[in-house]
Design a protein around this ligand. Structure first.
Ligand SMILES: Cc1cc2nc3c(=O)[nH]c(=O)nc-3n(C[C@H](O)[C@H](O)[C@H](O)COP(=O)(O)OP(=O)(O)OC[C@H]3O[C@@H](n4cnc5c(N)ncnc54)[C@H](O)[C@@H]3O)c2cc1C
Length: 481
């Protein structure tokens, strides 16, 4: 241990200041617990949901919309931001074959744009799939979607984008993933409309979402301020680089930051670090089987090229899914269409271009200037941007963003869960922390429940692994009367 290592102690340590960590801090503060230290390797709170700034222009780490069927989380979000949390009318489309298709896909919009030949092909393959459909027998994403919607619609509206996001072929992604994520798409409407039935579009969460005036991160910055006011300490930036076990209990974590090393001792830990990273930091290490399982699970990494564009009115969408295989970008967000205050100056647009990558990919290592030029050139080829209008650009690289549900990951996952459950004073929470494809609401809620487990609150202990990630409600759930 080097000489400058200092020791700090607290009752409860929270590792990670994303929505999950801050959910835990919020609940502990609400219950009067002051002896809490929150650590994060970033300088800003919010994790994947933080908002980065450049000369007053604001960019999330990819577009973040807020909505949830969880009334408690919804009420909490409104309590935190009040008038700064406003509804936004959603418009998102798919870019494919140099055209824009409404998302969720609707027949009246999609079929004419596909053209008569492609539309007839889509309907024929849909009908063929309907005759033989047995999604229960599908084991892969590809089989499930093709069985549900037909091969042609699968290839047009699912395959390329999904493979951009996950970096593996759709026949290596499990069917459970598909049934969980895309149930809500209005593709039944494709067939119904085609035979003349009028599919009335219900009022859904897909039409509207809430958003903070100053970006998704404003929510979590405000939560961190409230926890600080309640007596919590935030150590940021401070990266957890080691974790010291004493039998089945975690005694301390080692933090590395600009001020040197800190040994942080606590009676109880809540960790939202990527679970495989956390377990491999343990000393002594977990059983060989658990270490092997950690190496078998992996996360997709994420890179945003953020551009300040010296004009407005680029396109009306909050974001566009880029299915076109001729460009590498997967999504494009226009933050001016989330909140005008995201622009640092009137007459400008904060635009972000997303690439899903692995750290070993050449794209990840390319210098920022090259990545900015690359993204701008893709936008030019898509006829969405005049490169001369770009005033500046910068890159945000985010590791471990998407826990990957590859075909057969469950065996390794069960071993990793068991290793975590074997630790007596550590509770996992959140997206990376539990290897779950959470949205913000799930993560925040897992933090609230982890805190309640620590406090022995009424109803505790809650089984944190069972927090629902039925994300299909994102496209289909009702927003109430
Ligand atoms: C591109 C993109 C778009 C998204 N869009 C939406 C959306 O529209 N709506 C929605 O609800 N959700 C969305 N999400 C999901 C949302 O961002 C996550 O669910 C949420 O941020 C997860 O919160 P968390 O606290 O569980 O994890 P994280 O946000 O990942 O927080 C974990 C924290 O741990 C810290 N950390 C990691 N390792 C260490 C270490 N060794 N030492 C110290 N600190 C460490 C990280 O810096 C981070 O702050 C999106 C995610 C992405 C990537």
């Amino acid at each position: 241990m080097s000489r400058e290592t200092v020791t700090k102690r607290c009752e409860i340590a929270i590792l990670g200041a994303g929505p999950a960590g801050l959910g835990a801090a919020w609940e502990l503060a609400r219950q009067g617990r002051r002896d809490v230290i929150v650590v994060d390797r970033n300088t800003r709170p919010g994790g994947l949901a933080r908002t980065e700034q450049q000369d007053g222009h604001r960019f999330d780490v990819g577009p973040h919309r807020f909505f949830t069927p969880n009334k408690e989380v919804d009420a909490l979000w409104h309590e935190v931001l009040g008038a700064d949390f406003r509804p936004v009318q959603r418009l998102t489309r798919i870019y494919y074959r140099e055209k824009f298709f409404l998302y969720p896909v609707s027949a009246l919009d999609a079929l004419p744009k596909l053209g008569p030949v492609q539309a007839a092909w889509a309907l024929a393959s849909y009908a063929a799939a309907a005759l033989t459909r047995d999604p229960a027998r599908a084991t892969t994403f590809e089989e499930w979607v093709s069985a549900q919607f037909g091969r042609k619609l699968y290839e047009s509206f699912f395959k390329t984008y999904t493979e951009k996001v996950w970096g593996i072929p759709c026949n290596q992604i499990g069917a459970a993933w598909a049934s969980q994520r895309i149930k809500g798409l209005d593709l039944w409407g494709v067939a119904k409309n085609a035979v003349g039935a009028l599919a009335r579009k219900p009022k859904t969460l897909a039409d509207e979402f809430d958003y903070p005036t100053l970006g998704a991160g404003q929510m979590y910055e405000r939560m961190a301020e409230r926890a600080t006011a309640a007596g919590h300490t935030f150590l940021m930036p401070a990266e957890v680089v080691g974790a010291e076990l004493d039998g089945p209990c975690l005694r301390a974590v080692t933090l590395a930051g600009p001020g040197g090393r800190v040994r942080l001792e606590a009676g109880q830990f809540i960790t939202t670090l990527p679970i495989t990273r956390f377990l491999t930091l343990l000393s002594p290490p977990p059983a060989d089987e658990a270490v092997r399982a950690c190496s078998e699970l992996y996360y997709r990494d994420h890179l945003t090229v953020n551009l300040v564009v010296g004009k407005t009115g680029l396109f009306p969408d909050q974001w566009i899914y880029v299915h076109a295989p001729e460009v590498q970008m997967a999504r494009l967000a226009n933050y001016l269409n989330f909140s005008p205050a995201m622009a640092g100056r009137p007459g400008t647009t904060p635009l972000s271009v997303e690439y899903f990558v692995f750290r070993k990919d050449p794209l990840w290592a390319r210098p920022d200037g090259e990545l900015v030029a690359f993204a701008v050139d893709e936008l030019r080829r898509m006829k969405l941007l005049d490169p001369a209008a770009v005033e500046q650009g910068f890159v945000v690289r985010e590791t471990d963003s998407y826990p990957t549900y590859y075909l057969g990951f469950e065996g390794a996952y069960a071993k990793v869960q068991a290793a975590m459950d074997g630790l007596q004073n550590v509770l996992p929470a959140g997206r990376g922390g539990m290897y779950k494809y959470n949205n913000m609401d799930h993560s925040l809620y897992s933090g609230l429940l982890a805190a309640r487990n620590v406090l022995g609150a009424p109803g505790a202990p809650f089984d944190l692994w069972k927090i629902n990630i039925d994300a299909e409600y994102h496209e289909s759930a009702s927003r109430g009367p």
